[in-house]
Write a protein that binds this ligand. Structure first.
Ligand code: ADP
Ligand code: MG
Ligand code: MG
Ligand code: MG
Ligand code: MG
Length: 442
């Protein structure tokens, strides 16, 4: 028998865990789970557990729907909010087909495949996402509202309130679950918060993004509140982003840093930026996957609208923070936390590798505030815009062979179905803005 499995079984016993949750993700990045009593865990860890994938978003296959969940031993975590006498732990699983092959609709497997491409060149892909969220009150029926809990501002030191206490609870729970929290602070909008954790390899960080959102939502609910990661819950105030810092390392050394180069930015980093910019429109489909995502990508807030990069200003889509050495990185500022991190990171690394393999240099940096440029200046600099809607982004994705190949036909087909269905549903609905705008005038 496998010594790693035996060690894990002993650990589960020593932790006095009663329930095991086997977690996996649908195409939207929504975690699903199967709970098994601890008695079944040996079987789960050795053979895997069969599930019926037919009703999971983006999983449906015409041939067969029986799939196997294979727990990744590295992802074992006790869920700190469960009562000690009914301890629960989880594993994140990879999804395999009936024929025992990685399922091409499993976002985690798709990311593994793309990271393997980077590994062929000796690269580890490191990601550091900044997760923001709003905390809202619930109404008397327990339904989420958009009512603020606090009225703090950016980095405000608010007197202790429910949202502040909740943020602290989330930080403590995440720390228990192996996160290294680097900072947490109030964001610009009322009731908006950010918690940053230390970057790591893209796979473990994608797992962490899912865990983070799940933990924040669970703890908010336990406190009678609601945490939301939707991109723009309220018109005309700051939306919610998931800026994603990225870098490549080789043999433990950051290859974006080159002390002898201009700005100490290596050629590899320039090509990575070039690739990200070339594929930015397709990446939007992954980083901004909801109709609502495109209400955040508007001028006047922190979110980018134009496909630019800069070492100096924060209105660019890609910013190169001042830190060098091992902290040399490129920050992609377009994504929001409604993204499926496995698919976003897959698209980002595929774009970056395309840049590196084909030596794609980015256009000159835009070191002025882009919102201060006239439309003519923007045009003469050849600056392009991010897509303005989900369906537009999906069409850009379909045109982008590199990103389509990175995600595979199963994912692309299902993303397209979803984009069309969302657009359709949105178009069939009359929105409050329309009524307000037209009911009197016409
Ligand atoms: P900002 O200045 O944009 O608000 P933050 O300081 O909030 O940025 O977040 C920085 C993020 O970048 C953190 O998650 C951090 O761990 C991550 N980071 C630092 N160095 C690297 C690196 N070499 N590669 C990828 N991410 C990194
Ligand atoms: Mg930040
Ligand atoms: Mg910051
Ligand atoms: Mg922020
Ligand atoms: Mg940032």
């Amino acid at each position: 028998s496998d010594p790693n499995v035996n060690k894990m079984l002993e650990r589960i016993k020593a932790d006095n865990v009663k329930f095991i949750r086997l977690q996996f993700n649908d195409i939207l990045g929504i975690p699903k789970n199967v709970a098994i009593p601890v008695k079944q865990v040996e079987k789960a860890l050795t053979e895997g557990i069969w599930i019926d994938g037919s009703s999971i978003e983006g999983f449906a296959r015409i041939d067969e729907s029986d799939m196997i969940l294979k727990p990744d031993l590295d992802t074992y975590q006790i869920l700190p909010w469960r009562p000690v006498d009914k301890k629960a732990a989880r594993f994140i699983c990879d999804v395999y087909t009936y024929g025992n092959k990685p399922f091409e609709g499993d976002p985690r497997s798709v990311l593994k495949k793309n990271l393997a491409e980077a590994a062929k060149l000796g690269y580890t892909y490191n990601c550091g996402p900044e997760l923001e969220f709003f905390v809202f009150k619930r109404d008397e029926n327990g339904q989420p509202t958009t009512e603020f809990v606090d009225h703090g501002g950016y980095f405000d030191l608010a007197p202790s309130d429910a949202a502040e206490d909740l943020r602290r609870e989330i930080v403590l729970a995440l720390t228990d679950m192996g996160f290294e929290i680097e900072a947490s602070h109030h964001e610009v909008a009322d009731s908006q918060h950010e918690i940053d954790f230390k970057y790591g390899d893209a796979l473990s960080v994608a797992d962490k993004v899912i865990t983070f959102k799940f933990a924040a939502k669970t703890l908010a609910l336990m406190n009678g509140l609601h945490a939301t990661f939707m991109a723009k819950p309220i018109s005309r105030i700051a939306g919610t982003g998931m800026h994603t810092h990225g870098s490549l390392s080789k043999d433990g050394k950051n290859v974006f840093f080159d002390p002898s180069a201009e700005n100490q930015i290596s050629d590899v980093m320039l090509y990575y930026i070039g690739g990200l910019m070339k594929h930015a429109k397709a990446i939007a489909r992954l980083g901004n996957p909801t109709i609502n995502s495109y209400k955040r990508l508007v001028p006047g807030y922190e979110a980018p609208v134009y496909i630019t990069w800069s070492a100096a200003n924060r209105s660019a889509m890609i910013r190169v923070p001042a830190a060098r050495g091992n902290s040399t990185r490129a920050e992609l500022r377009s994504p929001d936390p409604t993204c499926n991190p496995y698919l976003l990171f897959s698209a980002m690394i595929a774009a970056g590798l395309d840049g590196i393999n084909n030596k794609i240099l980015p256009p000159p940096a835009t070191d002025v505030n882009i919102y201060h440029l006239s439309p003519e200046e923007i045009k003469s600099r050849g600056i392009e815009m991010l897509p303005g809607s989900l369906i537009e982004a999906n069409n850009e994705l379909l045109k982008d062979k590199v990103i389509c190949d990175a995600l595979g036909p199963h994912i692309i087909e299902n993303l397209t179905k979803i984009a069309i269905a969302e657009e359709e549903s949105f178009r069939l609905t009359v929105h409050p803005w329309e009524v307000e705008r037209y009911i009197n005038n016409y």
